[in-house]
Structure formats: C-alpha cells, structure tokens
Design a protein around this ligand. Structure first.
Ligand SMILES: *[C@@H]1O[C@H](CO)[C@@H](O)[C@H](O)[C@H]1NC(C)=O
Ligand SMILES: *[C@@H]1O[C@H](CO)[C@@H](O)[C@H](O)[C@H]1NC(C)=O
Ligand SMILES: *[C@@H]1O[C@H](CO)[C@@H](O)[C@H](O)[C@H]1NC(C)=O
Ligand SMILES: *[C@@H]1O[C@H](CO)[C@@H](O)[C@H](O)[C@H]1NC(C)=O
Ligand SMILES: *[C@@H]1O[C@H](CO)[C@@H](O)[C@H](O)[C@H]1NC(C)=O
Length: 507
C-alpha cells in the first residue's frame, strides 16, 4: 500500500531498486561459500543413517601456491574441486579433504569444508558448475602426497574410502614456487649465479658468475665425466666475478659445477650447473675486418648484378613491344566495323583499293567487303541482290575515287585472287544508283563517305555524293579515322550483324 502511494513520482525508480535488492539477496542466498576447519576424527554425520546422500565430486586438483607469512614465504596446497551437477546436490552439506604425506616423515590430516547455504540449483546462477578451492596443508620438499576428498553426508556408515583421490609429488628447492620455502632460501635457492663459461684454449676455461651476499667462498669444478679442472673463488657481497681455470683435457661441452658455501647451509647448499661453450672474442675482430675489406667489392658486384637484371628486363620488354607491332594478322583484334568499298572501274585495284582496304583493316579495325573477294556470291545472288544485302550488312559504305593513273596499276592485289579490273566495271554504276536514294535520307546519309586520292576533282563527276563527308588521302587520314571512330560509337548494336566485340578503339 505504501508502495502504491509513492508510485506516482519516483515509483518506477523505487520498484527498480527493490528489484535489485531482491536480486542481491537471492545471489547472497543462492551462492554458497565454504567454511573450513580441521576435523581429524570421523564426521558426526557418520553416526546417522541417511536415506539421501550427495553424489561424488566431479574433479579434484592440487597445485602448490606461494603465500606470504609475515616476512617469509610458505608454500601451501591449493586444493580445488568441482561438484557434480545433479539433483543430489540439494542434500550436500560439506566436503571433507584428507592429505597423507609420505617422505622421511609420515603425516595425515583432514579439513572439513561446510557449505554456508543449501544448494538451490545444480549449476551456478551465472552458468557453469559449482567449484571451490581451499588453500592449506603446508607442502614439504620432495614429498609424495595422497589427497582424498568425499562429500558429506556419506552413503554408508562404514564406507570411509575417499570418493575421489589424487597424488601430488612436490618438487625440490629449484622449483619456481618451492624455492620460496624458508629451507630453500637458506640453502641459496633465490641466488641466481647466471653462470657463463667458455673454452679459452685447450688448456683454459673461463667461468663468469654472480656471487651472493649469503657467503664468500665458492668452488668451481669443470667436469667431463671426471673432474678435469677446479678452482676456489673468494668474494664478498654480490658481484660478477671471472675466473680462469686450467684444465687437463679437452673442455668443449664440459659441465661447470658451482658449489657455494653459505653461512646458512654450510656444505649442504644448492649446487648450480652450467656448460662450457666456445669463446667468440678471438674470432670476432678478424671476421669483422675481413667483411669490411670485402664490403666495397660486394657492393660493386651487387650493383653490376642489378644493372644486368634491369638491362635484361628492358631488352625483353622492347623485344616484346616490337613483336606486338609486327604481330601476324591472325593475332589482330577482331574488326568492329563492316565497310563496303565501292569504286569506279578506273581506280587502280592493287595500287589504291588494296592499300586502302589494308589501311582500314589494320588501322581502323574494319572488315572490308569488296565484290572482288566475293565473286562467287555475287554470281550466285546477282549483283543487285548482293549489293542490297551488303548495304544492309555494312556499317559504312565508302566510295573510293581516284584519278591517279599509275604504272603499277596492272599488277594484281597481293591478297586478292584476281586482277581483273573488268569485273568492277558493271558494279559501280549499279551501286551508285542503288545507294543514291539513301543519300537524301537524313537517317541513312551518315552511312556514306567519299574517300579520294590525288586530285580533288576526282570526286566531281558524282554530284550526288557531294553531301557525303569527303576525305582526301593521305591528307585527311586522321579525320577519316575519327569519323570511323565516331560511327563506331553511333552505330547501335542491334544494327550490326552477328556478335562483334564492342570495343571502341580505332587503332
Ligand atoms: C561444519 O558443520 C559441522 C556440523 O554441523 C560442525 O560440527 C563444524 O563445526 C562446522 N565446521 C565449520 C568450520 O564451520
Ligand atoms: C586455487 O585454484 C583455483 C582453481 O584453479 C583458483 O581459482 C584459485 O585462484 C587458486 N587460489 C590461489 C590462492 O592460488
Ligand atoms: C597414487 O600413488 C599410489 C602409489 O604410488 C598409486 O598406487 C595410485 O594409483 C596413485 N593414484 C593416482 C590417482 O595417481
Ligand atoms: C646473465 O649474464 C649475461 C652476461 O653477463 C647477461 O647478459 C644476462 O642479462 C644475465 N642474465 C640474468 C638473468 O641476470
Ligand atoms: C666474462 O667476463 C669478461 C669481463 O666482463 C668478459 O670479457 C668475458 O667475455 C666473459 N666471459 C664469458 C664466458 O661470459
């Protein structure tokens, strides 16, 4: 009721806070922790018969941990375990852990860890299995431990065997954790002599090491199965010391044994080992000067190699470039444009028509149609039908006019089969008359061009052609190419017969 009274203003906020408080209490209630104490004798639960008992532990692990005790360290066991996620967890009250140690001394002790709350769920509210750990039981050096753990209440009155057990063998003083045990530190476990040793020559080994403030006397042995050399070092405080030891045998790969005599351990201190390597000093300056002497020569050789490489690449590139220029017609790009070439009979075939056709094919990616190369089809279809078909197919029709008379005019075209000028005699007037009507149509006029050689008067005889763009070769060669290029851009794809590449370059 009071809640409802405040609900008008900060009510929502209050509800949130109340919700949070409830959640927190749930977490506190639902997350049991452990309270452990020693319990050497049997657990009181053993004396009572239980109908419901918890299952075994799922996992049990042991690892040594370093803990600080006042100014000193001690090493204890971190025993961790995981509970099984089953319904029997509701009756679990405690877990009992017993540790038996086996070294020169026998030891046995147990702890009982009570769970502070009854388990409400098989897993943690955050997910994951219930896991706990207990840090206790001091770890002695080089000892075998048997660690057993079982849940309480036990299943049977007389069943005292541990439900889960592990073995753990503790290492010695050189372990990265056990070295902190007082017994170890007193034996010099925290001293890092950082031994370096090398064979100076057949007769000498140089040994460097860092001395300790714990003592002042050290014995250094060089061993190769047997002792082949030894020396005694006296040094106060912490310092890097160097000693040369005469050896009786080859010392390569020999072992250095360093025996300290500290006040805390006397003759029973931790001994350290190192290996004898090769000394680098005598060779290093020599190697360096040799390299320095050769360096300029090496650089020159490198430069020459780079130059040769670059020249080779350049030559290859040029060769490749030339090759592509002189490529055979077979490798040429596919033609983009169909050009029907018509000319009056007086135009010299070899000298003018062939050259011009070659120019169109090689430099304008044009496929040239000329009656001379289709004589069979012309004969089959008849000249008018053939011309009508070609007019339809061609992208452009070029009237080639010339009044040049050349001495070579009688020779035959190199890539045509015939030299008969007569065959074109009938076709030109026919073509001229056939195409003439198109010349007055705006839509089709762009298709026709006049190209003439020599005298501009060459084109004068055909007044109907005066509306076509005219190109005087070789003067207007660039303009002709540009015009063909323009046409290639304008001609819609649908107007073209067959599938031809759409590239727009006029080479
Ligand atoms: C754990 O519970 C048992 C039985 O209730 C009790 O005798 C013991 O003192 C408890 N131990 C600790 C450490 O709370
Ligand atoms: C003991 O081990 C558990 C599980 O590995 C770990 O969570 C815990 O931090 C360890 N405790 C100490 C003091 O190292
Ligand atoms: C622990 O060591 C004992 C004795 O060496 C051996 O019998 C036992 O199988 C070992 N147990 C485990 C879990 O390694
Ligand atoms: C050991 O000695 C070498 C040579 O003096 C030195 O470079 C290295 O840092 C030293 N290592 C340690 C852990 O002190
Ligand atoms: C020992 O120390 C000396 C002096 O610092 C050094 O010149 C030499 O190289 C060292 N030798 C080894 C094996 O580390």
């Amino acid at each position: 009721m009071r809640l409802r009274a405040v609900a008008g203003g900060g009510g929502a906020m209050l509800l949130v806070l109340l919700g949070l408080a409830a959640l927190c209490r749930n977490v506190l209630l639902g997350e049991p922790t452990i309270q452990c104490g020693s319990e050497s004798g049997p657990s009181p639960e053993w004396l009572v018969q239980h109908t419901l008992t918890p299952g075994d532990l799922r996992d049990l692990r042991v690892e040594p941990v370093k803990t600080r005790v006042a100014t000193d360290y001690s090493v204890l066991m971190n025993i961790s375990w995981v509970l099984r996620a089953d319904a029997s967890i509701r009756v679990l009250k405690a877990t009992k852990i017993c540790v038996a140690g086996k070294s020169s001394l026998q030891s046995y002790s147990c702890v009982r860890c009570n769970y502070t709350e009854a388990f409400q769920s098989q897993t943690r509210p955050s997910g994951g299995k219930w896991a706990f750990s207990y840090v206790g039981f001091p770890v002695e050096l080089n000892t075998l431990y048997f660690i057993g753990a079982h849940n309480i209440p036990n299943a049977n009155l007389n069943d005292d065997g541990p439900a889960l057990s592990v073995n753990f063998t503790s290492p010695g003083c050189l372990d990265h954790i056990l070295k902190y045990k007082k017994k170890c530190t007193q034996a010099g476990s925290l001293w890092d002599p950082n031994i370096t040793a090398c064979r100076k020559d057949e007769k000498t080994v140089e040994v460097n090491f860092t001395t300790s403030p714990l003592g002042s006397k050290y014995r250094v042995l060089i061993q190769q199965d047997t002792v082949i050399g030894s020396s005694t070092v006296t040094e106060d405080g912490r310092t890097r010391t160097s000693v040369e030891i005469p050896v009786s045998k080859e010392s390569d790969g020999a072992v250095v044994q360093l025996i300290p005599y500290f006040h805390t351990c006397g003759t029973d201190c931790i001994r350290r080992k190192g290996t004898v390597g090769r000394c680098l000093q005598p060779d290093v300056p020599n190697n360096g000067s040799v390299l320095e002497g050769w360096l300029p020569l090496l650089l020159v050789l490198l430069l020459v190699a780079v130059w040769v490489l670059v020249a080779g690449v350049y030559l290859r590139w040029r060769h490749a470039g030339r090759k592509s220029v002189a490529a055979p017609p077979g490798t040429r790009l596919l033609p983009l444009l169909k050009v029907l070439l018509v000319h009056p009979p007086e135009v010299c075939f070899h000298h003018t028509v062939c050259s011009f056709a070659e120019f169109l094919q090689n430099h304008c990616r044009s496929e040239v149609i000329h009656e001379k190369w289709q004589q069979k089809r012309v004969a089959e279809a008849g000249p008018v039908q053939w011309l009508a078909t070609q007019k339809q197919d061609a992208d452009r029709v070029i009237f080639l006019l010339s009044n040049e008379v050349s001495a070579q005019c009688d020779s035959t075209c190199s890539w045509g089969q015939g030299g008969q000028r007569e065959s074109s005699q009938d076709l030109f007037p026919l073509a001229f008359n056939l195409f003439c009507s198109d010349l007055w149509s705006q839509a089709l006029a762009h298709k026709y061009m006049v190209v003439y050689f020599g005298d501009p008067q060459a084109a004068d005889g055909y007044s109907a052609l005066s509306i076509c763009p005219r190109f005087h070769l070789m003067k207007d060669v660039a303009a002709l190419r540009a015009e063909l290029l323009r046409v290639q851009r304008q001609v819609p794809v649908g107007n073209r017969s067959g599938a031809r590449p759409k590239s727009r370059t006029c080479l």
